[in-house]
Design a binder for this molecule. Structure first.
Ligand SMILES: [Zn+2]
Ligand SMILES: [Zn+2]
Length: 243
């Protein structure tokens, strides 16, 4: 029992520190690339950090319990021997995790934009206007719960090498931060080229935070395109400067 608690606590600390490190790094980058972009947003950033650290516990506890079960009881389909599955399975499993997470996110996110679920679960996330690099995990506890179950469920369903799981978590963390930081870090050729037609970067999620009922996806634009909710890319003009 003590080992389970310790693992849950350790994972909460890891998720919290990872958030602070990655958001902090991109906040520093923002100061260099777009000086003054977060001017006057200090109170909002304080709230974003508070909600995000609460989310860290909600993500960390189930992840910690499962990490303990993996080590102590052989739970999950996470494998450490690279030869346990064919090598081609590594990139395929990574893509499957991203696609599954993206699908879950699209439909729960779209549902949370109905009036009642929005008030109960999603308003906290949209209270950031405009969001900053600190808003990556700024969710109410209810919304954080809907996100916290995805990877813990997938590790029981889809075999994945532990390093590929690390890659999935890294992509999740970096994209969560950069999609909210208020500027586009990818080159124009990527964002406005064939890759950007299918991948979500800051320009796409920015439009969700401007217009709400569109661009619900997480990594890919597939569901938005299939369901007619994709409204293209947003711009990063400061509202004070234009219109
Ligand atoms: Zn968002
Ligand atoms: Zn939303």
């Amino acid at each position: 029992m003590a080992a389970i608690l310790l693992s849950a606590l350790a994972m909460t600390v890891i998720v919290g520190v990872r958030y602070l490190a990655v958001s902090g790094a991109f906040a520093v980058a923002t100061r260099a690339v777009r000086p003054g972009l977060y001017a006057g947003l200090k109170p909002q950033i304080g709230r974003e950090i508070g909600w995000s650290l609460a989310s860290a516990a909600i993500y960390g506890v189930p992840a910690g319990i499962i990490a303990w079960g993996w080590q102590a009881r052989g739970w999950t389909r996470i494998y450490a021997d690279p030869g346990a599955w064919p090598l081609w399975w590594m990139p395929v499993s990574m893509l499957l995790y991203l696609a599954a997470h993206d699908s879950w996110f699209y439909w729960t996110h779209r549902w949370m934009h109905r009036p009642r679920p929005f008030r109960l679960a999603h308003a906290v996330h949209h209270a950031s206007r405009p969001p900053t690099a600190w808003a990556a995990m700024s969710f109410s506890p209810l919304e954080a719960l809907t996100g916290a179950v995805v990877i813990p469920a997938l590790v029981f369903l889809i075999p994945i090498h532990v390093a590929m799981l690390g890659v999935v978590l890294a992509i999740m963390t970096v994209m969560g931060v950069t999609n909210h930081m208020g500027w586009e870090m990818f080159p124009r050729a990527v964002v406005h080229g064939p890759i950007g037609r299918w991948l979500i970067t800051a320009s796409h999620h920015q439009r969700h935070h401007q217009h709400y009922r569109c661009n619900y996806g997480l990594y890919f634009r597939v569901w938005d395109r299939l369901c007619g909710t994709d409204r293209g890319l947003g711009s990063f003009d400061r509202p004070a400067r234009r219109n």
